[in-house]
Write a protein that binds this ligand. Structure first.
Ligand code: SF4
Length: 79
């Protein structure tokens, strides 16, 4: 009987990056969906089809205040 391969563990796809507190307070960085060219405000959707809830400003702020990290989107574009 052939041995079945062990399934790989599924890793979370959302990475959270640490931001220095001094940088967070000093700069007004455009890192949320609301700052991105691909965000549709009316439909609350990303033109790439990504889940916007991890990258919207409210979640970013909450995440930073809890753990000093934000989930930066690698596909964000700013005009
Ligand atoms: S590309 Fe990223 S930052 Fe831009 S709308 Fe989509 S999920 Fe949000």
């Amino acid at each position: 009987m052939a041995k079945l391969p062990t399934p790989k563990r599924i890793q979370p796809s959302i990475r959270h990056d640490a931001i220095k507190a001094s940088d967070y307070l000093k700069y007004n960085l455009p890192w949320s969906c609301e700052d991105c060219s691909h965000y549709n405000f009316e439909q609350d959707l990303c033109s790439f089809g990504y889940l916007v809830k991890w990258h919207k400003r409210e979640y970013q702020k909450h995440s930073y205040e809890l753990g000093g990290k934000v989930s930066l989107c690698r596909f964000q574009e700013i005009d």
